[in-house]
Design a protein around this ligand. Structure first.
Ligand code: BTN
Length: 279
């Protein structure tokens, strides 16, 4: 395992994670030997971001058994009680290749690419029919199994980085009421237990493959696979909120920047951020 770039307590991996990551190490690429573990932290995105700012290499990954300040998209809280989920964040450095204004595209395509990787990894590791909902949800049916939070820092410069955080519900916890109605977990869906190490190793191996696709600019491959895994991205009636108020439309796929396309009475509109609600 590589040495820490700065002080990070608790980097010794628990045996179950060490064994499965070692077994998968030839498939882990940039993640091999770069996974660190914390029993509890505020947010793994924040820890990974601090490590990246201190120069940590691509693939540096922080896994926590619990988060006390887990964050979701749009300022939401990500409920992260001990042992109920897999909470991990990793560092990528798309680098100077991304020019001015490219950070939004980098983050969006990254989110879609990592969504594809996680859906494929979970399908492989568990057999569950995991699907995706724009931009960052992993679902089984219409219930949320996990989410992705990609945060870009100074992406226009060579030292810039993106931290991608992934939260996967392993087993059902006593969720807050607003979450409980629309959440599920791998174990609830399967009716049996799963090894978190297998889920983590398969996720990182799949992420390695899809990040390689991004690096090789195989954007079409990622977008078409994302569309296959995202049935609600085409032909689904939805509503969303804009500065002008609530709008309704029908999903019509995504464009090359990862924006959601919506057919409305004004024509086809692009949505880059926000919440899309099924009607
Ligand atoms: C979402 O669905 O809104 C995104 C949820 C992302 C949660 C993960 S858990 C690991 C990482 N650390 C965080 O604070 N958030 C992400």
């Amino acid at each position: 395992m590589s040495q820490p770039e700065n002080d990070l307590p608790g980097i010794v991996l628990p045996a179950d994670l060490a064994v499965t990551l070692e077994r998968a190490s030839l498939r882990l690429g940039r993640f091999a030997g770069r996974v660190r573990y914390l029993a509890e932290t505020g947010s793994t995105n924040d820890v990974a971001s601090r490590l990246a700012a201190a120069g940590a290499p691509e693939g540096t990954t922080v896994v926590a058994a619990a988060q006390t300040a887990g964050r979701g998209r749009i300022g939401r809280t990500w409920f992260s009680p001990p042992g109920a989920g897999l909470y991990f964040s990793f560092v990528l450095r798309p680098g100077a290749a991304a020019g001015r204004g490219q950070s939004v595209k980098a983050v969006h395509l990254m989110t879609l690419a990592i969504g594809v990787a996680l859906a494929e990894a979970l399908r492989l590791a568990t057999g569950l029919s995991v699907n995706l909902k724009w931009p960052n949800d992993l679902l089984v049916g219409r219930r949320k199994l996990g989410g992705i939070l990609a945060e870009a820092v100074d992406i226009q410069s060579a030292s810039g980085y993106v931290v991608v955080g992934c939260g996967l519900n392993l087993r059902t916890a006593v969720y807050p009421p607003d979450v409980a109605a629309r959440a599920t977990s791998i174990e609830a869906e399967l009716g049996r237990s799963v090894e978190r190490g297998v889920v983590l190793a398969e996720s990182l191996a799949a992420i390695e493959g899809r990040v390689a696709d991004l690096e090789a600019e195989r954007f079409g491959v990622i977008l078409s696979r994302w569309l296959e895994l995202s049935p609600s991205a085409t032909g689904t009636r939805v509503r969303w909120v804009t500065a002008d108020g609530e709008r309704t439309g029908t999903t019509a796929g995504v464009d090359g920047d990862g924006a959601l396309l919506l057919r409305t009475d004004r024509g086809v509109e692009r949505v880059l951020a926000g919440d899309i609600l099924w009607i």
